[in-house]
Design a protein around this ligand. Structure first.
Ligand SMILES: C[S@@+](CC[C@H](N)C(=O)[O-])C[C@H]1O[C@@H](n2cnc3c(N)ncnc32)[C@H](O)[C@@H]1O
Length: 295
């Protein structure tokens, strides 16, 4: 299969909204193919620094002799702990580009693709926890049904849960393609349903809402007062996750949300539904949680 390279989204918008100090310290919590890290380094002065993380242990960070860059494998769920272990404090900005990269999504062996047969795994970090199939094996219909709903599946949740359970329990050698075919059959907009089911299953397999909530909770402790937290989402489920995560984040203010330009969408359809959420740390706990508005 052809390896699909990831194309970073809203690079200029990330730089424009994150960079407030060319000598500052910036954290890229989701390195992926390194597009945002590279762009940030390109705009920083000699004293600026970028520390990049990605939880996927198979990601190879770009080899660089640039003393301003450092990288390591870590889940942003433990960002504060990882930074304090390295005695890194007072960041000027953090960027988190949520979900999976195109390279991961199109690698059938990771089980994230609904177009190619692969194991029902779906972990972006295969060294942690268990493949999704194992978890589904131990799950009852009611739990899977409510879990799909919690992770934003918009289709016929009960029917989908029942088909997925049957497929996973039926035989050892079922693949992602069997799950895709079963979820496709549940709706006239078949492929759309399969994509939505896979997104929900990926969110389950990687505890996406829990990781994001954790990042948002830790951000004020990691950032300087006035420092920025940028979160890039790709669909309405991602937007809802951000909204729910910042609801009680009293030390963060939502400054703006930024959509991609038409030009970017025309050249990269993958950017179509993306949205950049720009938050600022007040440094002071406020009584009122930030108001969420869409552009
Ligand atoms: C959309 S890609 C990021 C692309 C990157 N910004 C770029 O410009 O190339 C998302 C990345 O986030 C990583 N990821 C997902 N959840 C994570 C988590 N909880 N902690 C750390 N990395 C995570 C994935 O492994 C993936 O490489």
């Amino acid at each position: 299969m052809v390896r699909r390279e990831h194309r970073s989204v809203m690079i200029q918008e990330v730089v424009d909204n994150l960079l407030t100090n060319t000598s500052g310290l910036y954290i890229d919590a989701t390195y992926g193919a390194g597009g945002h890290s590279t762009a940030l380094l390109g705009c920083l002065g000699p004293k600026g620094r970028v520390i990049a993380f990605d939880c996927d242990q198979s990601i190879r960070f770009a080899r660089t002799s640039d003393p301003r860059a450092a990288a390591g494998h870590a889940n942003f769920r433990s960002l504060e702990w990882n930074l304090s272990c390295a005695e890194i404090y007072g960041a000027d900005g953090i960027v988190a580009d949520l979900g999976a990269s195109a390279t991961q999504l199109h690698d059938a062996q990771r089980g994230l693709s609904y177009l190619h047969p692969g194991p029902i795994d779906m972990r972006v970090d295969p060294t942690r926890s268990a493949p999704l199939s194992g978890r589904i094996m131990r799950t009852g219909l009611g739990t899977l049904h409510s879990s799909l709903r919690c992770h934003g599946f918009s289709g016929r949740t009960k029917a989908a849960a029942s088909s997925i359970l049957q497929i996973v329990r039926k035989a050892r050698y079922t693949t992602t393609l069997d799950v895709a075919t079963a979820t496709c059959c549940l709706h006239t907009q078949g492929m759309h349903m399969a994509a939505d089911a896979f997104r929900a299953l990926r969110s389950m397999a990687n505890s996406e809402p829990q990781c994001l909530r954790s990042l948002v909770r830790q951000a004020p402790a990691v950032l300087k007062p006035g420092g920025r937290l940028l979160i890039l989402t790709f669909d309405s489920y991602g937007e809802r996750m951000v909204r729910a995560s910042i609801e009680h984040a009293s030390s963060l203010v939502l400054m703006r949300t930024v959509a991609p330009t038409q030009r970017e969408v025309a050249s990269n359809p993958g950017a179509r539904s993306s949205l950049l959420h720009v938050l600022r740390s007040t440094g002071n706990p406020r009584a009122v949680a930030p108001q969420y508005t869409r552009p």
